[in-house]
Design a protein around this ligand. Structure first.
Ligand code: AOF
Ligand code: ZN
Length: 370
């Protein structure tokens, strides 16, 4: 249906090279927001002669590094890139002009850039200059890698992931609130890796008071996401792990003029406190969008999770399920009241992926609500 998309000429070699692009792109995972993850490979006579990836916003794009590495051998070569080459002057000059100048013969593109500044214009420009362009190779994998970037650019909001861990009987803690740990070390390790790919983690005041969490990647990565607390009244402990900003930066969102004594204490420790006139999941997401963040991990309890879902701040769910039973009417579950009455009203996840991690199950899926 899209005239730009033409992958009828693509081969399994093309798919292999595109997978390599995705691998290269992933090296900058967690470092590129608001920009996408992009990798590129230059192939001359069946051999890779140059590789590159986009290291972060403000730095050169993937194609530029790949062309640089290929040098003279770029001439007449095929270049692979998981995102359409840009044709605009952003923080950096257009990649299309670099490709034209290098005299590549062919460009294989994973997916059209959803950025309205580019979207199809890069491909058009290359074809106008007589360069063969194939579009839509390994497109699903390309979309998956950049799902946060795509959402951000199409909706002007960061991409929200709600992650939780529950027992087989649907509890995220005991009736006293004790929750260490529901899942196996292997699942928790995966969560630490997931954190390193995200720009921020959000929790509410209840989780701070109850768990005193660290919300870091625990050494699985060279970076930690921004830690975000939503607390209307600022009724938070004076001392907790999140205020140790030598570990990672922390922002507390609150409503205007609350508990100025604690606010002063937090600010003295280097914790940023932001007052919003109305503290809602969307107002926080908007603020984080304006700060150029792309992917947000909701690791909150059920009450805030329900608010985030109802407010359209959650696009993806990652549910870890442990084969354990804790029981108890008062033991909390992952999602609070959504005001839904009939089972037919249930929010249904799409594009479900199931996997086992040690003895746990991870179910991932997408919420299709705005
Ligand atoms: C590419 N290759 O490696 C990336 C692209 O401000 P700039 O100059 O960095 O441009 C950012 C936009 O360029 C970004 O929103 C996306 O549309 C595209 N990113 N394009 O050809 C790359 N990172
Ligand atoms: Zn570019």
């Amino acid at each position: 249906d899209n005239q730009l998309n033409d992958n009828s000429q693509s081969s399994s070699f093309d798919c292999q090279m595109m997978q390599r692009c995705l691998q290269l792109a992933s090296r900058a995972s967690g470092h590129t927001s608001p920009n996408p993850l992009v990798g590129s490979v230059v192939v001359q006579a069946g051999n890779i002669v140059g590789e590159g990836f986009h290291p972060g916003a403000g730095k050169p794009h993937a194609e530029v590094f790949a062309l640089q590495a290929a040098g003279e051998q770029a001439k007449g070569a095929t270049i692979y890139v998981n995102l359409e080459p840009c044709n605009h002057y952003g923080r950096t000059p257009p990649c299309t002009e670099a490709l034209i100048a290098a005299q590549v013969a062919k460009v294989v593109v994973g997916m059209v850039d959803p950025n309205p500044l580019v979207s199809g214009k890069g491909i058009e420009r290359l074809r106008d200059r007589g360069i063969e362009v194939i579009v839509g190779v390994e497109e699903e994998a390309c979309r998956q890698l950049n799902e946060a970037f795509i959402h951000r650019i199409l909706h002007q909001r960061p991409f929200g992931i709600l992650k939780y861990a529950m027992t087989l009987d649907g509890k995220i803690a005991t009736s006293t609130g004790h929750s260490a740990w529901v899942t196996t070390p292997a699942s928790r390790h995966l969560v630490h890796q997931l954190r390193s790919a995200c720009d921020a983690i959000i929790i509410g005041g209840n989780t701070v008071r109850r768990d005193n969490p660290q919300l870091t990647t625990h050494g699985t990565s060279d970076r930690n996401p921004l830690r975000v607390v939503m607390s209307r009244n600022l009724d938070l402990p004076e001392d907790c792990q999140l205020w140790h900003i030598d570990q990672a930066a922390t922002i507390v969102f609150t409503e205007t003029n609350n508990n100025s004594q604690l606010r002063n204490q937090l600010e003295a420790k280097g914790v940023e406190v932001v007052s919003l006139t109305a503290l809602t999941p969307q107002s926080v997401m908007k603020h984080l969008y304006d700060r150029e963040l792309s992917s947000i991990l909701w690791e909150c309890g059920g009450i805030l999770a329900a608010q985030a879902i109802a407010d359209g701040a959650v696009q993806k769910i990652m549910a870890f399920i442990a084969p354990k039973i804790i029981g108890g009417q008062a033991a909390p579950s992952p999602v609070g009241n959504l005001g839904l009455i009939k089972m037919t009203d249930a929010l249904k996840l799409e594009n479900i992926k199931l996997q086992t991690i040690d003895s746990d199950i991870l179910i991932e899926g997408y919420l299709n609500i705005e």
